[in-house]
Design a protein around this ligand. Structure first.
Ligand code: CUA
Length: 228
């Protein structure tokens, strides 16, 4: 999760988020190079008196500063497209989780396993334990196995919500009447926090998501202890 003074992206917990961070750094590097070059040119403009008796046209420089930006854009566009299609790929998921957005909580269904379903509400500040995270902890966590392909189906019951977990690189809208699909692979155990990121009403800020990533045998235990 994000803690104090963390202004960048969170540490990744999935291969896709790792790729997203690589792409972010790559794009940022290109941005910095362009900013420095344009900044230098604009600064040097102050020392130019705009007079040159022989300058009437410049075919070559016009060619260069037209084509060069197009090539630079390709260096952003092609890796971006690669990531876009990578994010869309589904690899034989071993668990499917359905998340349903409500005003203002998430409910979950593990349809593969005896139809386990539960609601997940934020813990209000006055009921929070001393080691709890304010506005981020929930009463029922989403338990998921690590090192497994997980499919997520997202929908909503009332208005549009968005199921978003930064550390996993997941951000899917839950839309009434639609079923959106995504997938991820958690590569370490731990707690991963997320929030709704579609403005969905008065308590939009108070419907967080907590994923508890555990080894597969723990997940099996958890699943079977929930079979009533
Ligand atoms: Cu649900 Cu914002």
């Amino acid at each position: 999760m994000s803690t104090w003074a963390n202004l960048g992206l969170q540490d990744s917990a999935s291969p896709l988020m790792e790729q997203l961070i690589f792409f972010h750094d790559h794009a940022l590097l290109i941005l910095v190079m362009i900013t420095v070059l344009v900044g230098y040119l604009m600064f040097m403009l102050f020392f130019n008196n705009y007079v040159n008796r022989f300058l009437l046209h410049g075919q070559l420089i016009e060619m260069i500063w037209t084509i060069l930006p197009a090539i630079i854009l390709l260096f952003i566009a092609l890796p971006s497209l690669r990531l876009l299609y990578l994010l869309d790929e589904i690899n034989e998921p071993s668990v499917t989780l359905k998340s349903i957005g409500h005003q203002w909580y998430w409910s979950y269904e593990y349809s593969d396993f005896n139809n386990i379903e539960f609601d997940s509400y934020m813990i209000p500040t006055n009921e929070l334990s001393t080691d709890g995270f304010r506005l981020l902890d929930v009463d029922n966590r989403v338990v998921l196995p690590m090192n497994s392909q997980i499919r997520i189906l997202v929908t909503a019951a009332d208005v549009i919500h968005s199921w978003t977990i930064p550390a996993l690189g997941v951000k899917v809208d839950g839309t009434p009447g639609r079923l959106n699909q995504t997938n991820f692979f958690i590569n370490r155990p731990g707690l991963f926090y997320g929030q709704c990121s579609e403005i969905c009403g008065a308590n939009h800020s108070f419907m967080p998501i907590v994923i508890e990533s555990v080894p597969v045998n723990y997940f099996i235990k958890w699943i079977s202890s929930n079979n009533s």
